[in-house]
Design a protein around this ligand. Structure first.
Ligand code: FAD
Length: 401
């Protein structure tokens, strides 16, 4: 029979194995993962796992029953496409079809001496951070992005004094325009977090009077008991150097519209790969859970029934985040050309904002309004034109004009 090898045992890798069996793949499936733990989910790491409300977030998947071989604690180090073999730190593994699902790795904090800064990507990272929360230590968080805000939320819940340092002039600067992100500044204040924006971190060192000293570009410094960096992630594709699998400048595997790579019989899913979106007229690199779950369906379908019966992968991206007691959701993809339309009062407890392109809904951000997301997603899928006056009224459902 034919052998599928999946490299990476995160949500995208595990879902690839599950989808292959669901679609009746008759051959063998092997999943290789660098981490020693039973495969687990990441979103709870900055939420229930961090606060100790959940012990872990292992996937509820019976790999034996699915006939999936798991090789854990094993690192892929290279790929020889001509031989159809992946090299690992415990010897080579042959494949007929290879699925790359190595996800992303956190960008290290520049200037930080090694071992002085916590990251938050893995179960081990979360377990190292738990005692910091238990001891209510003063934490400096570097980066006011999604992860930084989620960590700050958990740390405040645990009664830690928290300072967040952000190089940009506002939180979520990479994700949202100023007029939207400006409202999130207040969330930090209300949660009792000291948010310092426009302050770039240049280094972290051990202090004489304090366990850690965070140095800033303006020459000042901040003392801390612990430092957590949340300054972004990049595709974990270093091991593919020289393999012939084409990578983009962002380090992502350049997948095509059905998630095939430039190498024969090699596919890529999840955080490690970008794909061309006809819907948005550009290549997308999505670092969110829903994308890790959806892509594997396309790859499994390609392998089981073939290209003719597999539609291109062109999802409406979706993600959620839990920030300072608020449920934040985003669906679609906006850019600077889009027109912003408020739906509700951003000073209030729940509101949404829509991005319109030529009158059609392109993206939607909702705070505590999950119904807007469900309705918005369908409208985005159809590129439906909205009546702006109606869409701005949060008391009526979102509908096409
Ligand atoms: P990963 O989850 O990164 O899994 C890849 C796996 O491959 C890892 O286990 C890695 O060890 C392994 N690997 C890497 N290189 C190799 C190698 N060379 N050999 C063998 N194995 C290798 N998204 C949301 O939409 N909502 C959220 O609320 C949310 N919260 C998050 C909170 C945290 C703390 C983090 C870190 C992420 C969060 N995300 C969230 C993002 C989401 O978890 C990711 O998009 C998702 O995990 C991507 O899945 P993946 O399988 O592609 O990659």
């Amino acid at each position: 029979g034919q052998r599928v090898l999946v490299v990476g045992a995160g949500p995208a890798g595990v879902q690839t194995a599950v989808q292959l069996r669901e679609q009746d793949w008759p051959g063998t499936i092997t999943v290789v993962g660098a981490e020693p733990h039973r495969p687990y989910d990441r979103p709870p790491l900055s939420k229930a796992v961090l606060t100790g409300k959940a012990a872990d977030s292992a996937f509820d998947v019976d790999f034996d029953a699915l006939g999936v071989e798991l090789l854990l604690g094993r690192n892929a180090t290279g790929l020889r496409t001509g031989d159809h073999e992946v090299d690992t730190d415990a010897g080579p593994l042959p494949y007929d079809h290879l699925v790359l699902a190595t996800g992303a790795e956190p960008i290290p904090l520049p200037g930080a001496e090694s071992g002085l800064v916590h990251l938050l990507r893995t179960l081990d990272d979360a377990e190292r951070l738990r005692p910091v929360l238990d001891a209510r230590q003063h934490v400096v968080v570097v980066g006011a992005g999604w992860i930084g805000a989620e960590f700050a939320t958990a740390a405040r819940e645990a009664d830690c004094p928290v300072t967040v340092v952000e190089a940009a002039d506002r939180p979520l600067a990479g994700a949202l325009p100023p007029e939207v992100a400006e409202h999130m500044r207040r969330w930090y204040e209300e949660a009792g977090v000291d948010l310092l924006t426009g302050r770039a971190v240049t280094g972290v060192r051990v202090g004489a009077a304090h366990p850690r000293v965070v140095e800033l570009a303006d020459g000042s410094s901040l003392p801390a008991r612990a430092v957590v960096a949340g300054v972004g992630a990049r595709p974990a594709t270093g091991w593919l150097a020289g393999s012939g699998v084409a990578l983009g400048e962002d380090g992502a595997v350049l997948a095509d519209e059905r998630l095939r790579t430039s190498a024969p019989d090699v596919y890529a899913v999840g955080d490690c790969a970008s794909f061309p979106s006809a819907r948005y007229g550009r290549r997308l690199l999505v670092h969110h859970w829903d994308n890790a779950l959806q892509g594997p369906r396309t790859v499994a379908s390609l392998l089981v029934v073939g290209e003719a019966e597999t539609p291109p992968y062109d999802p409406v991206p979706y993600f959620w985040s839990e920030q300072f007691g608020r449920f934040v959701q985003y669906v679609g993809h906006h850019d600077d050309r889009d027109e912003l339309l408020w739906r509700g009062d951003p000073q209030g407890a729940s509101w949404s904002v829509c991005w319109l392109r030529d009158g059609a809904l392109n993206a939607l951000l909702a705070v505590g309004r999950p119904r807007d997301v469900a309705q918005g997603r369908k409208l985005i899928e159809r590129a439906a034109v909205l009546d702006p006056a109606r869409a701005a009224d949060p008391t009526v459902p979102l509908k096409s004009a």
